[in-house]
Design a protein around this ligand. Structure first.
Ligand SMILES: [Mg+2]
Length: 365
């Protein structure tokens, strides 16, 4: 048994090169990285982390430092499922599905990093060993881009090797969303994958109208988060009456919410994010739930980690290559080969941060 001897928390607030906008979260000017380092008595160090769209990182860091780190000291680092369960309940009363899910994710990823390093196995093998290559698409945060700039950014995605793209929708006029989607489809051609993401902006009737257009005129693969995540009945109606596959998941922060989204909401693409669903343990539980419902599992954000998870599971869906410039701050930028993303093969979770690049953005804890 290797006991946890030390836990350290660090927080970074990293500026974006330009303001990025989606339909509901407003202007993104920064993203935050909250890192959790766990050391074992026998000298292994695991690095886990979560991220935010610019707000809340201080609260996540405080919960990790004050409520979670002291609990971890002395526990068996390999008892990940038990730690995951006990941590859920320790902070459940104040943080169920919220800050708590982000904090738990950072701890869980660090523990899996230790497990991988101890066993000498990369995450894609620990996740199931399905393969190293996985479908990937470029996920733009481009709602505020002019039509010209939007198309330029799409050309940039194609130049970088992507064969599938997603754009934001939710313009003031629905017809503007339609025009933008048509223009993007024209540029990427018939064969490329195309998705649209409304970031929860519509109510069901508008979403149904939009879904029908994107299905008939742009051959979209899915419509993501057409309405608020809490309206599971609305999701079912949008999918049924709109006739287009629906995806969601970045705002579902417990496995029970995913069960509702699949059973009641009838979503076709569960899109969990290991940074807020309880880390790798939470992600794999959602992947298994998706598998039991004969659905692929996809991922939101954190492509540097999700590339291994989505590649490794047998019901492998799509990895989103998110627009936050995380590649600048990791030792291994996302590798794309023939349109597929390739998971790292190093033992552990395969994400090493470049502290020389991050140091300037350290946030006081
Ligand atoms: Mg989204």
């Amino acid at each position: 048994m290797a006991r946890i001897a030390n836990v350290e928390i660090e927080c970074f607030r990293v500026p974006l090169d330009e303001i990025l906008v989606d339909a509901k979260h407003g202007n993104h000017t920064h993203f935050e990285l909250i890192l959790c380092f766990i050391d074992t008595e026998d000298g292994l160090r695991g690095t886990g982390y979560t991220y935010t769209g610019g707000f809340g990182g201080g609260a996540i860091g405080a919960m990790l430092r004050d409520d979670i780190a002291p609990f971890l000291i002395g526990l068996d680092a390999d008892g990940i499922g038990k730690i995951w369960y006990d941590l859920q309940w320790r902070v459940h009363y104040v943080g169920r599905g919220g800050i708590a899910s982000f904090a738990l994710s950072a701890v869980d990823i660090a523990l899996w990093d230790i497990r991988g390093k101890r066993s000498g196995l990369p995450l894609w093998k620990l996740a199931g060993g399905n393969g190293r290559l996985v479908k990937v698409y470029a996920g733009g945060i481009d709602l505020n881009f002019s039509p010209e700039k939007l198309l330029d950014s799409i050309r940039g995605h194609l130049d970088r090797g992507f064969r599938a793209v997603k754009i934001k929708v939710g313009q003031k006029k629905l017809s503007d969303d339609f025009d933008r989607a048509l223009a993007v489809r024209e540029i990427i051609g018939e064969e490329s994958g195309f998705m649209v993401d409304a970031n929860m902006v519509w109510q069901a009737d508008t979403a149904i109208k939009a879904a029908r257009f994107f299905r008939d005129k742009t051959n979209a693969l899915w419509l993501e988060e057409p309405t608020i995540p809490d309206d599971y009945q609305g999701y079912e109606r949008i999918g049924r009456e709109g006739g287009l596959a629906i995806g969601m998941g970045e705002n579902l922060h417990t496995i029970y919410e995913f069960r509702q989204a699949i059973e009641t909401g009838k979503i076709a693409y569960p899109i969990p994010d290991a940074s807020n669903i309880g880390g790798i343990t939470g992600f794999l539980k959602v992947a298994a739930l998706a598998e039991a419902n004969n659905l692929p599992v996809c991922s939101h954000g954190m492509q540097e980690l999700h590339v291994s998870l989505v590649a490794g599971v047998v019901n492998s869906g799509w990895v989103e290559a998110h627009s936050f410039p995380i590649d600048r701050y990791t030792a291994r930028p996302l590798v794309i080969k023939d349109g597929f993303a390739e998971a790292p093969d190093a033992p552990g979770v395969g994400v090493e941060f470049r502290y020389d690049a991050l140091d300037a953005f350290r946030r006081k804890m």
